[in-house]
Design a binder for this molecule. Structure first.
Ligand SMILES: *Cc1c(COP(=O)(O)O)cnc(C)c1O
Length: 357
C-alpha cells in the first residue's frame, strides 16, 4: 500500500497555503513591485549579442567571481566582507533558515512583513515568532526586545524598508535590536534603490549582522538574483547549503552587463521615486482614501470596502495587491506598485471609478 499525501507530507507543510500568483495577462501589472521601464534599445542589443555567445552547454562559473566583483563595486560592499549569491533573495532566506534550524530554534520577525519569512521558517522546521508593528507601522522596539528575551531567536529577519508597509524603521531602534539579539540578524534591503538608507556600512561594527539585497526590484526580476553581504565566519557556513550552480549562466552574464550600466537602472529608480511622490499626492487627495508614506517602489493605502475596490480595478484592467484580511493591521488595505506615469494614471482613473461603485 502506497501512502497518500496526507500520510506522507509533513502536517506543517500541508497546513501552508501556496504563495499565490494571480493570472496577469492583459492587465496593467502593478502588483509585484517590478520596475515598469524596459531597457534602452542599445542595451537590449548588447545583451542579445552577449547571450548569443554564452556557452549554454557548460555549467556556469560556480563562484560567479566576475559578477561578485561587479556587485562589490556597485553596491559598495566593504572589502573585509564576503558575498553570497542566491537564485533571488528568497533562496538566501531559505539557506539561512536551513542553516540555523536546530530542533526548537526560532526565527523572529515583525508583522505585517514579507510573508516568505514565515513560510520559509515553517518549511525549514523552525519555530516562528513575530512581533506586531504599531498601528502606524512603526517598530515596537520594546516589544521586539521582550520577544528576543523570551524566544532567544536563532535568527531575526527585518525588511528595511518594510514590505508591505513601505516604511523604513527607526535606525536607532534597529541598532538596539541587533545589539540585543543573541543570534543572527538579517536586514533585508530589497527596496534599497528607492530608500538610500543602508546597514551595509554597519557590517564591520556589528558581528551578528548580515545584509541581504535583491536585484529584482531594481529591474532584473526575471533574472532571479539576490545577494548576502556579511562576515566570512557566517558566509563560509552558509555557502555549504548553497546548491552548486544556483545562479545560472544567463543570469550571471546579463546581470554583470546590467551592473556595468547601473546608471540606467538608477535613473529609472529616480523616475519611480518621483512618480511615487505624485501617486502619493493623488491617492491622498481622493476622498475616503488613506495613503501611507513609502520609501519603496509601492504605496500601501486604505479604502472603504477594499475587496470590492480590488475587483473593480481588475474589471478595469488594473491588477494591484489585495492585503485585506492578510493581517489585522491591514484591514481594507491595498498595495500598488509605482508604475510609469501612464500606468499610474490608468490606475488612478480606475480607482476613482471603483470607489464610486
Ligand atoms: C521582493 C522581496 C524579496 C524577494 O526578492 P527576490 O530576490 O525576487 O526573491 C525579498 N524580500 C523582500 C522584503 C521583498 O519584498
Amino acid at each position: 500500500m502506497t501512502k497518500s499525501p496526507e500520510q506522507l507530507i509533513r502536517d506543517d507543510v500541508r497546513a501552508l497555503s501556496a504563495y499565490h500568483v494571480p493570472e496577469r495577462t492583459g492587465l496593467v501589472m502593478l502588483d509585484a513591485m517590478e520596475n515598469p521601464h524596459p531597457l534602452p534599445a542599445t542595451l537590449q542589443t548588447e545583451i542579445a549579442q552577449l547571450v548569443s555567445n554564452v556557452a549554454i552547454n557548460r555549467y556556469p562559473d560556480p563562484q560567479a567571481g566576475r559578477l561578485k566583483a561587479r556587485l562589490r563595486e556597485t553596491m559598495e560592499i566593504p572589502s573585509s566582507m564576503e558575498i553570497m549569491l542566491g537564485n533571488g533573495s528568497d533562496e538566501l532566506i531559505q539557506i539561512i533558515a536551513l542553516a540555523v534550524a536546530r530542533p526548537g530554534a526560532t526565527l523572529l520577525s515583525v508583522e505585517p512583513a514579507f510573508i516568505m519569512f514565515r513560510m520559509i521558517a515553517i518549511c525549514a522546521g523552525l519555530r516562528y515568532a513575530s512581533v506586531q508593528l504599531n498601528p502606524d507601522f512603526t517598530l515596537d522596539v520594546e516589544a521586539v526586545i521582550t520577544a528576543i528575551d523570551q524566544h532567544q531567536p536563532a535568527v531575526i529577519f527585518i525588511a528595511y524598508p518594510n514590505n508591505p508597509t513601505g516604511n523604513l524603521f527607526d535606525r536607532e531602534g534597529l541598532l538596539r535590536i541587533i545589539r540585543a539579539a543573541p543570534g543572527l540578524v538579517v536586514i533585508d534591503e530589497a527596496y534599497h534603490a528607492f530608500a538610500q538608507e543602508s546597514f551595509i556600512p554597519r557590517l564591520t561594527e556589528l558581528p551578528n549582522l548580515v545584509v541581504m539585497r535583491t536585484l529584482s526590484k531594481l529591474g532584473m526580476a526575471g533574472l532571479r538574483l539576490g545577494f548576502l553581504a556579511g562576515r566570512r565566519e557566517w558566509l563560509t557556513q552558509l555557502e555549504k547549503l548553497r546548491l552548486p550552480y544556483n545562479v545560472n549562466v544567463l543570469t550571471q552574464t546579463v546581470a554583470e552587463k546590467l551592473l556595468q550600466h547601473i546608471d540606467v537602472l538608477l535613473e529609472q529608480a529616480r523616475e519611480i521615486k518621483s512618480q511615487r511622490a505624485e501617486l502619493y499626492a493623488e491617492l491622498s487627495g481622493l476622498p475616503g482614501v488613506q495613503a501611507y508614506r513609502s520609501d519603496a517602489n509601492f504605496i500601501l493605502f486604505r479604502v472603504p470596502r477594499a475587496d470590492e475596490v480590488f475587483k473593480g480595478l481588475i474589471q478595469r484592467g488594473v491588477l494591484i495587491k489585495n492585503l485585506n484580511r492578510s493581517h489585522s493591521l491591514l484591514e481594507d488595505c491595498l498595495r500598488v506598485t509605482v508604475g510609469t506615469a501612464k500606468q499610474n494614471q490608468q490606475f488612478i482613473q480606475a480607482l476613482k471609478q471603483s470607489l464610486t461603485l
